[in-house]
Design a protein around this ligand. Structure first.
Ligand SMILES: [Zn+2]
Length: 173
């Protein structure tokens, strides 16, 4: 297993639609899954999508066990391949960050309930439902696979805040 290097905004791989995985059981995909889980556990994050480690595949891993006070059935590492959102409901505004935009946090409006279907790492069909943080995570990760980042979900006012922040950061880099 290996800890993978994270791609950072504005790397173009983060802004393109990722490819569906057709060979879930292949050694290269299984290794990628192991490495993504190890990478996630080395980071202060709860979810990681393949484009964030430079692989344009429809795959994300997540682990909600570290979240205090959240009631979640999703403890331990989970893998979701070729996810499709089935249902979104409600609305919730909460602060969000992204491992590909380190240092930036802002309030993002998301559905407060989300269900999705996909496949686990053995190729078995799975269905997941989540509220609150889990729902937010599912939407954030599926967005990654569609080339969308949290900054694209901000109000125009907050987008301006982001672009000013980013410009400033580039100056100091
Ligand atoms: Zn992210």
């Amino acid at each position: 297993m290996a800890i993978l290097e994270l791609t950072q905004y504005p790397n173009p791989i983060l802004l393109q639609k990722a490819k569906p995985i057709t060979d879930i059981e292949s050694a290269s995909i299984q290794t990628l899954i192991d490495d993504m889980i190890e990478t996630l556990h080395s980071l202060p994050g709860i979810g990681l999508a393949a484009p964030q480690v430079g692989q344009s595949f429809r795959l994300f891993v997540f682990n909600l066990s570290a979240q205090e006070g959240e009631i979640t059935p999703y403890k331990g590492p989970h893998v979701v391949i070729n996810p499709e959102i089935l249902k979104l409901d409600g609305e919730n505004l909460s602060d969000e960050g992204c491992l590909s935009i380190t240092g930036f946090r802002e309030g993002v409006k998301r559905a407060s309930f989300a269900s999705l279907k996909g496949f686990d790492r053995t190729g078995k069909a799975i269905e997941l439902t989540g509220e609150g943080l889990a729902a937010r995570l599912f939407q954030h990760e599926v967005d990654h696979l569609n080339g969308l980042l949290m900054i694209h979900r901000l109000s125009s006012l907050k987008k301006d805040v982001f672009y000013r922040w980013f410009k400033k950061r580039q100056h100091h880099a």
